[in-house]
Design a protein around this ligand. Structure first.
Ligand SMILES: [Zn+2]
Length: 66
């Protein structure tokens, strides 16, 4: 008998570090943001809300776990 061992991807929200494509400013973005995030330095859009998860528009530098 084979046991079902399904790995359910946990919808974990986390913070990511995003760099602005325009000016290079780094901003911490919550991946489940419900608002659009713009660069605080130049106003370039960095993340756009799409459904439950944000779409990262800038350069994704990495995940900041916890
Ligand atoms: Zn910028």
């Amino acid at each position: 008998m084979k046991r079902e061992n399904t790995l359910v991807p946990k919808p974990r929200s986390h913070f990511v570090s995003v760099q602005c494509n325009k000016c290079g400013e780094k901003t911490t973005v919550f991946t489940h943001t419900t608002t659009n995030i713009n660069c605080k330095a130049c106003g370039e859009p960095l993340a756009e809300r799409s459904g439950s998860k944000a779409k990262i528009l800038g350069k994704l530098l990495g995940t900041l776990d916890q």
